[in-house]
Design a protein around this ligand. Structure first.
Ligand code: SAM
Length: 279
């Protein structure tokens, strides 16, 4: 019988942020596949767990996933962990999960810490809908292009960033997205945990250099491109709107519905109007 693949979330700073179930699984599995074995060893020592570790980092994910797959097929249970937080979230894991699915291996995620979720819930920005972007490209042009792509996204945007790139990234964000409301979630779960709230122009106006790990959260766009377009159309006369939609290939019934929506009145009112007015 095949073994099981557990995706175990580990702390993102505070070592107490590990679930009882995660500890139980780490104790029970045959192997632990770890992004950085030295880093994971510290956690295991803290938890008094001794287990064979297999190194599993991004650059060797493809080759190592075959080795892990072989072990899973032999019936061995494996826990996959990253350096911090949830594996697969801006961390290795995705390739292994896909391979396991293709080979009918059971996958069991063990939930726990994830920096983007803690940052989001404490940010003060909308939690109803959000878009997790993770790391932006390092190349400046690609970074700008990616931000351009996100300009009309109305959901809260969540980014990860390395501390030494923080300033440049926030400046680029302001240039492309405009001076939006934003939150920097710094050193989550650690002694210097801090939420810096403001706008893209103000969050970096601290005297001292900001150190540590950061999640950047940016308020989504106020309106989508379509909404802005519709508003512009709604400013035209009813006759102009009618012709505009006609040119777009809409039938009379649909045009009346669209104009009624633009004007925020009933379809019947628009229908009656066009009975009296020649178009
Ligand atoms: N898998 C992890 C997770 O579940 O959140 C993310 C790993 S990713 C390689 C590392 C990035 O996550 C950091 O550069 C930072 O943006 C964010 N991060 C991780 N721990 C954090 C913390 N304690 N406080 C703020 N941001 C953190």
């Amino acid at each position: 019988m095949n073994g099981k693949l557990y995706l175990v979330a580990t702390p993102i700073g505070n070592l107490e942020d590990i679930t009882l179930r995660a500890i139980k699984i780490l104790k029970e599995v045959d192997y632990i596949a770890a992004e950085d074995t030295r880093h994971t060893l510290k956690l295991l020592n803290h938890l008094e767990i001794s287990k064979p570790l297999i190194s599993y980092y991004k650059e060797i994910e493809k080759e190592k996933s075959d080795i892990l797959l072989h072990k899973l097929r032999e019936g061995k249970n494996i826990a996959l962990v990253s350096d911090a937080g949830t594996p697969g979230i801006s961390d290795p894991g995705e390739i292994m999960v896909r391979k396991a699915i293709e080979n009918q291996i059971e996958i069991i995620p063990i939930p726990g810490a994830c920096a983007c979720i803690s940052a989001l819930v404490g940010s003060g920005l909308s939690t109803k809908e959000f878009s997790f972007i993770g790391f932006l490209p390092t190349n400046q042009n690609e970074k700008k292009e990616k931000l351009e792509e996100l300009k009309e996204e109305t959901r809260t945007l969540i980014f990860y960033e390395a501390p030494h790139k923080l300033k440049n990234t926030i400046e680029k964000m302001e240039q492309v997205l405009g001076n939006r409301e934003c939150t920097l979630a710094r050193e989550l779960t650690k002694i210097h945990e801090e939420f810096i709230r403001g706008t893209l122009a103000t969050v970096l106006q601290k005297d001292e250099e900001l150190k540590g790990e950061f999640v950047i959260l940016v308020k989504g766009a106020e309106k989508t491109k379509k909404e802005i377009e519709n508003e512009k159309i709604a400013e035209r006369t009813l006759e102009e709107q009618y012709h505009y939609y006609q040119q777009q290939g809409f039938e009379k019934k649909e045009i009346i519905k669209l104009i009624a929506k633009n004007q925020k009145v009933s379809k019947n009112e628009i229908y009656q109007y066009f009975l009296k007015v020649k178009i």
